[in-house]
Design a protein around this ligand. Structure first.
Ligand code: ADP
Ligand code: MG
Length: 718
């Protein structure tokens, strides 16, 4: 159909060289920034807009208030510095005054900022020697454009592409698409229900808006499309999973779960009660549960996990809990065995009508005869609850009837491992066990809807009462002039005081992402220096990822038994380690860690009755202050997750989860909650009526075109 509206697929087939003004050289430059076809060109959106009628003037600038001004370059010069850094200053101004710009380490600014060039400058003005100046502002070259609203495209100094070239190519592409128009894959009644503009209009407006209000409407439509594609995949996957798998309808009338809860030495929190109800409702259904449990460190996820596994045991099935490390599996085993000490299982074959519940540990360290016995008992149903590591999903491990699977600390396991454990349930009835994935890394709800959109999500948003909050302090080792600040010395004095009182401390060594080896070396050095210096009086231990698991365990056990008073460690202690007598944590080079990681680390203290303290140490006052400050301010994991998303942007979150990462150009997981909800609802509506998108070919085609292979498997799988 030569003149049917153009689909995204059609646009993707048009080489960028078909655009007027793009010759071989520009084509190469464009390829460098990932633009090879017309679709990629017109989905390269302006990163900002300059509204010429609504600009501040230089004379209006207020110290400390970020502002955008349109100015002309008056002069530029390079200032020689004695250090390795380079400095370029430019004097710019408009009719109301002048402003000086200072750029560090951007020597090319000298060439870029030619006299009389018109530029948009965005930054925070400071008063310096009585004059307004901005340091390292964002600068966009506008050139001699006349429109009221000027789109500013992402420019590339390296590929030598300017915003006005991009604008003219986009203009050319849209003009040439105009006769056929750009097709809209969204069914009209859905689009009208959402009161959204059509895609052809949206694409034109986003590039060349008449007003900022129009632009926002266009952005909403296009962002919605991005989110809808991701949701179609997630909702489709969920739908396929529920269609292809038969779950166990657990009998929820038995009493084991209630007896377990009644025997706990504490009442459940409201959140625990609510989440156990949510889980129970899933367990009673014929489709298998696939639920994510988010709960901050210490929120009491284990109790929920045990309650779920007991529901399985009650009906004659088994429960399994998989932890990411041996230390954690062992810790869970010890804790859960204690929680379940006196619990009996109904058993008709027994004279008393019941028997003792059997919980076993399976890790790579359990070998030989003991392992063979254990595997036989798992396969025969003699073991009710198995707790372990990856060993649980290895070849040769079979369950008699696996009913509920709990996976702890999910970010350590991949989707495949989840599937492998689920696969262990395929017994004679070919049922799929119910799966509960637990994570202590909270992510904001909107993000969860996207990143974990194929799972149901429960949240433990309440900590058990009586916790003493962890006091967190920011410490700077060296002051502005590079002298030791004294803060570190008083910190170590306080740590020594706690150790003298019989409490214990963790000292976390800098994370060195580039190299395991360097990280271990740094840890060893710190261990040596503390043994001779600040902590010379005490027995201290060293723990790092390159030690054998036997050695690691020996050290952990000594620490738990208080034979070591302080533990110098790399982030191997990040997850789950529980030593209530450890009340002090010192994190060195805290600015090298992310917020989520610092929060996890801090969760290793504050587990007992005594008030705990955490010191976050930075080498110098200039870096990482925001992140460390957030931790000083709050211990609420969900709040910190929001701050984290705010500071880092969502790129990191999406790329770790690899879901539609490449396709979210306009949508924001932080700000677009209503759009995310709308997209999810529409996806349910469409998939519910047409699971394989047979009546929605164009949408299916877009998903195929724009999302990575693993995201869209469900569409091609029968
Ligand atoms: P996490 O969510 O970090 O896995 P845990 O399940 O390990 O938390 O629980 C942390 C501690 O809180 C444990 O010592 C546990 O016994 C205790 N705990 C759990 N629920 C409650 C509650 N409702 N009231 C008091 N203490 C609780
Ligand atoms: Mg836990």
């Amino acid at each position: 159909m030569a003149d049917a509206p153009l689909t995204l697929k059609d646009l993707a087939k048009l080489d960028i060289a078909t655009i007027k003004g793009v010759g071989d050289k520009r084509r190469e430059s464009l390829a460098e920034v990932g633009i090879a076809n017309v679709l990629e060109l017109i989905t390269t959106y302006p990163r900002r807009y300059v509204d010429r009628t609504n600009e501040a003037h230089v004379g209006d600038l207020v110290e400390g208030v970020e502002t955008l001004v349109l100015v002309k370059v008056r002069s530029t010069r390079r200032v020689p510095l004695r250090t390795k850094r380079s400095m370029v200053t430019a004097l710019v101004g408009d009719a109301t005054g002048s402003l000086s710009l200072t750029f560090f380490n951007q020597p090319w600014r000298e060439r870029q900022l030619k006299t009389d060039l018109e530029v948009a400058v965005f930054g925070k003005p400071e008063l310096f020697r009585g004059k307004m100046q901005m340091v390292n502002p964002v600068v966009d070259i506008i050139g001699d454009k006349t429109g009221r609203i000027v789109p500013i495209y992402p420019q590339s100094e390296k590929a030598n592409l300017s915003t006005w070239e991009l604008a003219s190519w986009v203009r050319n592409a849209l003009d040439r698409a105009a006769p056929r128009t750009i097709s809209d894959p969204l069914p009209p009644q859905i689009r009208e229900g959402l009161k959204m503009i059509d895609r052809h209009a949206a694409l034109n407006i986003i590039h060349f808006p008449e007003s900022i209000v129009d632009k926002e409407r266009a952005r909403e439509r296009l962002a919605f499309d991005e989110l809808l594609r991701v949701q179609l995949v997630l909702v489709g996957r969920k739908h396929a999973f529920e269609r292809d798998n038969t779950g166990i309808r657990h009998d929820m009338t038995g009493e084991m779960q209630q007896r377990f809860v009644a025997a706990l030495p504490f009442p459940l929190t409201g959140a625990q009660r609510r989440v156990i109800d949510e889980v129970n409702a899933d367990l009673a259904k014929p489709v298998p549960m696939h639920r994510l449990l988010q709960g901050d460190v210490g929120s009491g996820k284990t109790v929920v996990a045990v309650a779920a596994m007991l529901a399985a045991v009650q009906g004659g099935h088994q429960g399994a809990l998989m932890a990411p490390t041996e230390v954690l599996a062992e810790q869970h085993f010890a804790g859960i065995t204690r929680l379940l000490a006196d619990l009996k299982v109904p058993d008709d074959g027994n004279l008393f009508g019941e028997r003792q519940l059997r919980v076993e540990l399976l890790t790579g360290r359990i070998t030989g005869e003991r392992r063979r016995e254990l595997l036989a008992d798992l396969a025969s149903g003699g073991v009710d609850i198995a707790i372990g590591t990856h060993a649980l999903i290895q070849e040769g491990v079979a369950f008699s009837s696996l009913g509920v699977v709990v996976i702890d600390e999910q970010h350590r396991f991949g989707v495949e491992q989840r599937a492998a454990l689920r696969g262990k349930g395929a017994g004679e009835q070919h049922t799929t066990p119910d799966v509960l994935v637990m994570t202590a890394t909270p992510i904001p709800r909107t993000a969860a809807m996207t990143v974990y959109g194929d799972l149901e999500v429960s949240v433990l948003d309440e900590l058990p009462p009586g916790r003493t909050p962890i006091a967190t302090m920011a410490v700077v080792e060296h002051d502005e002039s590079g002298e030791p600040s004294g803060e570190a010395a008083s910190m170590w004095a306080e740590v020594r005081k706690a150790l003298d009182d019989g409490q214990q401390a963790f000292v976390v060594c800098p994370m060195i992402e580039e190299s395991d080896k360097l990280e271990v070396a740094a840890a060893e050095e710190i261990y040596e220096s503390l043994s001779k210096g600040e902590l010379a009086k005490y027995k201290i231990g060293l723990l790092h990822g390159r030690m054998s698991s036997n050695d690691k365990d020996a050290v952990m056990t000594k620490f738990r038994d208080r034979k070591l008073m302080a533990l110098v460690s790399t982030t191997v202690i990040e997850v789950g380690v529980d030593v209530p007598n450890a009340t002090c944590m010192v994190v060195l080079d805290a600015d090298r860690f992310g917020i989520a990681q610092l929060h996890q680390l801090r969760g290793r203290v504050g587990r007992g009755a005594i008030a705990s303290r955490c010191w976050l140490v930075r080498k110098n006052p200039h870096v990482g202050a925001e992140r460390v400050g957030a931790l000083v301010e709050s211990t609420d994991g969900f709040y910190l997750a929001e701050v984290d998303l705010e500071l880092r942007g969502e790129g990191t979150l999406m790329s770790t989860a690899q879901k539609g990462a490449s396709d979210l150009k306009l949508a924001s997981l932080r700000r677009d909650e209503p759009l995310i909800r709308a997209a999810r609802e529409v996806a349910f509506e469409i998939i519910g009526a047409d699971p394989k998108l047979k009546q929605h070919r164009e949408l299916a085609g877009e998903v195929n075109l724009l999302l990575a292979r693993e995201e869209k498997e469900f569409l091609t799988k029968d």
